[in-house]
Design a protein around this ligand. Sequence first.
Ligand code: 9WN
Length: 431
Amino acid sequence: MRERAAEALRANWTGTSTVPSRQLYPHQWSWDSAFIAIGLRHLSPLRAQLELETLFRAQWGDGRVPHIVFNPAVPLDAYFPSPDFWRSTTAGRAAGAPGAVQTSGIVQPPVHALAVWLVHRADPGLSRARSFLARAHPRLAAWHRYLLDRRDAGGAGLASVVHPWEQGMDNSPCWDAPLSRVTPTDPAAYRRADLDHGAPEDRPTDLDYGRYVRLAAAYRDRRYADGAGEFAVEDPSFNALLISSEYALARIEAELGLHEASSAREARAQALTWTLVERLWDPAEGLFFSRDLRSGHGDGELVPERGVGGLVPLILPALPHRVATALVRTACGPHFGLGGPARLVPSYDLTGSAFDPRRYWRGPAWFNTNWLLERGLRLHGERARADGLRRALLDVAGESGFAEYVDPYTGRGCGARGFGWSAALALDLLL
Ligand code: 9WN
């Protein structure tokens, strides 16, 4: 298993970073790279450091870390939207996009400080010799500052996402309502390269794509200025990952001798955990929900769809005990089937009307979200459940050839094989 996972990661390595999949995603993706580095550290701490450093070289002046860093050697028509759509070096200039590399202009979940910390711990000697933490620290601090200041559209302290691609679970039913207000772009105006490699019944629909394109083009045409978009959502998974990375950044600061900054950051991470509970927790449902800031009045409204993102806050150490207990109960209940009918936790409610076991983030189980839940269960003392999930993750990863996502009941693979984070996170669980 270790050898097969290592081989998949070697096959996806470009020399400076790792692609999620050679065919479907031939560039560098932001949260993929963070998860990949977490696995890579067991094979080569140096490669894991380079993975993250390559990503951070593409950071914008305003602090944002782009969701895609394009490889100039890959033909333009291999992936859509390509660099000529995003126009980072022209439309992104005002926001400080780098001139030497082409990127997208949106972001993805901030798993990076957590990854940097775990990679450092894998080989502290190498990390110190290369000043890995000292060089990463200002970049991570600027990244978190961008999210906490410029993306606080709701004014409560949480970061909001301005596109479903930013949250990373692209076509989750959680976005159906906020997306329904967006007029889709005419499909004749672009070509979906994803359908060259992915089965249409496994991928988002054309209607979804029309809306993704409309939102991204509008953001670009505003020169990536924040604050005015049609789509603004506070998401529990995105914010939980930000808070978890704030804790990791506090540890990095302590390691660098920045003790005051470290304590202040840790206190803020705790306060943000409580804000998350206040804004997004539904005690009756025992789950976190996304807040659609553009619906209803003033503060927006919670979207009543049960996505796996609503379970991800289980990774937070300062979660009130009653919330953690309720989350575990929900994970094991009929909607997510952990330890029961589902082999792995699905991306969306098994009983939901939009559930589809094959279609991307509308039901299939993903390795990154299950890896996060495994950590969360362990953190909150649910050792037997965490062990069970770990075993299931390893079995399904091996059987499916490190599939991109799987049918949550049968474990049958869908999408790409030899997928970057599936191999990397299996490797992390093996050790
Ligand atoms: C758009 C790379 C990425 C993941 C996302 C996943 C998918 C892209 C796409 O692939 O999104 O960013 O083209 O569908 O949804 O989570 O980071 O693996």
